[in-house]
Ligand binder design. Structure first.
Ligand code: HDE
Length: 665
């Protein structure tokens, strides 16, 4: 791996004490760390035991406040490279030099859960990128959905309080399926478009590596001539956008609460570096009002079919952090970290964020010097007259800490420094929303209209699950009334499941935006996990031939057998009882003689089938397939040659159109 500047900078801070003799924090060698100093072997412990006191004090102070939102996350280093200079729109240096690799740190996260909550909950995912550019740090602090729940940052504490565990009993953890969230939704209909995304499979991504990212707000590019262009940022994963299914999610939470974190970690360790393409939607200032929505309203998109997403660069994540706390926990993103050439819009949600992130870092990281932490340090060096504070690591040697000064040169402000876009602002001070923010339904309808049949079914089922956990009838009724205004079909499906009256039919538009659907997205078997079910009697040659082909295409195969060790001549990776079908993307059945008798193996296959996963059988694996008595054969590959058809099916991800109504598994 190439050592970029950020790596070199971090190298200076890495501490590897494995072989060194133990010392206290003061550097004094420790003779014994297992026994405290006491008066006699059975006597009281002595205050003068400075080593044990220090050790316990340090332990007592290990925790810092978790993030108020996005507490649960996973990060990685990598680099970004622009394809072509974007000088026409932005002066940002890292967006104008195709030969430069800009180091990045990315942190993915869920929003609602605590730091130790499960990864695969129904939630929005954070997708925050810190670019260490030659002009300082640029943070693109986005999500995996292109809109947000509220239009004004003033509502953020209310929204977060509503979705978080309820205050009296702190239940439920990392779930929106409870009264306070849905109460907020029914009373605050600006949430509805985002709620449609949240009820869709976008909220349960298969992998951080397989989800889109969005800057959400409209930002502004500014070119060297000071000319502004509105811009919306998009990340598109090269592995395609894919999701889990809800029943699977519930089971993964028990089997592997670290499912997404582990997936990212393992892919990078195995050299399968995840990649995204950065895209921009560009809107010249004079076209601002052409789209029927207000570009400052963060609950709206500009459909890609209206303003295409122009691919501008590539992000690669190629290195795991060395220390979770030092890097992933202490990374401090801030929407206001922008470089010359990138500026804000007046989106009232974005404007509130400009205050909140700095404020939160002060309490979370214990004072104003958090930018000195290795993961946060810009590559440019920092020169100013800001001084002191908790945790000051720098030894400023100059006699002066003010500007201007005549004693030591000071730090003159540079003429070519960051210049805010000179937008003309003129208005009365009001606490009012613009009437152009008033429509809360038409894009929720657009989202519903754009879904395939199976996506619609998943959305309706998600509403049923969520509202099924709401205890107050009027809240369900309130939500249902809104669903009626989004689409009568959706309202009818949900009303039927809840046993409630269908709201009166309203007229809705029939526009679509095909880019919103996850259906039919091209896929690849690369990095997909395939469970190979084997036992002693399997035809090893047939299995290995398929396995070889899948691995050539980048898939990861794990051999599962009734016990660890060897299955015939093939090494076993895991005991069947330790694994679960929900942790794999596809199943290859390689033995039927022993496994067909094993309930665990039969359950494994039936569950994989229920979750739409490709299944292939070779040799006596056909007997196992037979024993599983699946109700259909969509995505079940048995004919010869198996390998390529299986690989294609894995790339297609899931067979959502299977009839699973008779499967109890
Ligand atoms: Fe955040 N958000 N947010 N947010 N947000 C935080 O900052 C906040 C919003 C997002 O991996 C906090 O360091 C306000 C939108 C991500 O470290 C906090 C408002 C979007 C992350 C905060 C919003 C985001 C955060 C918590 C409404 C998508 C995790 C800890 C005005 C575009 C970054 C922290 C990481 C984190 C405030 C709305 C994305 C409290 C006040 C919209 C990805 O400052």
């Amino acid at each position: 791996m190439t050592k970029d500047a950020k790596n070199r900078q971090l190298d200076q801070h890495r501490v590897r004490s494995a072989d060194a003799a133990m010392t206290t924090d003061q550097g004094i060698r420790v003779d014994d760390t297992d026994n405290s100093l006491r008066a006699g072997t059975r006597g009281p412990t002595l205050m003068e035991d400075f080593h044990v006191r220090e050790k316990l004090t340090r332990f007592d102070h290990e925790r810092i406040p978790e993030r108020v939102v996005h507490a649960r996350g996973a990060g990685a280093y990598g680099h970004f490279q622009v394809y072509e200079p974007l000088a026409e729109w932005t002066a940002a240096q890292f967006l104008n030099d195709p030969s430069a690799r800009t180091p990045v740190f990315v942190r993915f996260s869920t929003v609602a859960g605590s730091r130790g909550s499960a990864d695969t909950v129904r939630d929005v995912r954070g997708f925050a990128t810190k670019f260490f550019t030659p002009q300082g740090n640029f943070d693109l602090v986005g999500n995996n959905m292109p809109v947000f729940f509220i239009q004004d940052g003033a509502k953020f504490p209310d929204f977060v309080h509503a979705v978080k565990p309820e205050p009296h009993n702190e239940i439920p953890q990392a779930q929106s399926a409870h009264d306070t969230f849905w109460d907020f939704v029914q009373l605050q209909p600006e949430t509805l478009h985002m709620v449609m995304w949240l009820m869709s499979d976008r909220a349960i991504p298969r992998s951080y590596r397989m989800m889109q990212g969005f800057g959400v707000h409209t930002f502004r590019f500014v070119n060297a001539a000071g000319q502004g262009t509105f811009v919306k940022f998009h990340w598109k994963p090269l592995l395609g956008s894919h999701s889990l299914v809800w029943d699977e999610v519930l089971r993964i939470q028990g089997n592997d609460p670290d499912f997404n974190r582990r997936d990212l970690w393992e892919a990078i360790e195995q050299g399968a570096f995840p990649e995204w393409e950065l895209g921009v939607q560009l809107v010249p200032e004079e076209r601002e009002h052409e789209f029927g929505v207000d570009l400052l309203d963060p609950t709206k998109i500009i459909p890609e079919e209206v303003v295409p997403v122009r691919p501008v660069g590539r992000l690669v994540l190629d290195r795991n952090p060395d220390n979770f706390f030092a890097e992933t926990e202490q990374v401090a993103f801030h929407v206001a970290n922008v470089v010359p050439g990138i500026d804000f819009s007046n989106d009232p949600l974005l404007q509130a964020r400009l205050f909140s992130y700095l404020d939160t870092q002060l309490i979370r990281l214990g004072g104003p010097n958090f930018a000195q932490l290795p993961v946060n340090r810009p590559l440019t060096g920092v020169h100013n007259d800001q001084r002191d504070g908790y945790g000051q690591h720098l030894v400023h040697t100059s006699r002066t800490s003010y500007a201007p000064n005549s004693l030591s040169g000071g730090c003159p402000a540079a003429g070519d420094g960051y210049r805010h876009f000179q937008e003309r602002v003129d208005g009365r001070k009001v606490r009012e929303r613009s009437p152009s923010f008033a429509d809360h339904y038409s894009q929720a309808t657009l989202f519903w209209n754009s879904m395939s049949d199976w996506e619609k079914q998943h959305i309706a089922e998600a509403f049923l699950f969520e509202l099924g956990h709401v205890t107050q009838g009027p809240i369900k009724q309130g939500v249902l009334a809104h669903l009626g205004a989004i689409h009568p079909d959706l309202a009818a499906l949900v009303a039927a499941g809840l046993g409630l009256a269908v709201p009166e039919r309203t007229e809705v538009h029939d526009r679509t935006s095909p880019a919103l659907s996850l259906a039919g997205r091209p896929g690849t078997p690369a990095t997909r996990k395939v469970a190979v079910l084997m036992a002693d009697g399997a035809d090893a040659d047939a299995v290995l031939a398929v396995r070889r082909r899948l691995e050539e295409l980048g898939a990861v195969c794990e051999v599962l057998a009734p016990r660890e060790g060897m299955a015939g001549e093939v090494a076993v990776d895991k005991r069947l009882g330790t694994a679960a079908s929900v942790l794999y993307d596809a199943v290859l059945l390689a033995d039927g003689k022993q496994l067909a008798q094993l309930g665990q193996a039969v359950h494994f296959i039936r569950e994989a089938y229920k979750h739409g996963k490709p299944i292939a059988a070779v040799g006596t694996g056909l007997e196992l397939l037979h024993a599983a008595a699946l109700p259909g054969d969509r995505g079940v590959i048995t004919g010869d040659p198996v390998a390529d058809a299986f690989a294609e099916a894995i790339g297609a991800h899931r067979f959502y159109d299977r009839d699973i109504s008779t499967l109890a598994a």
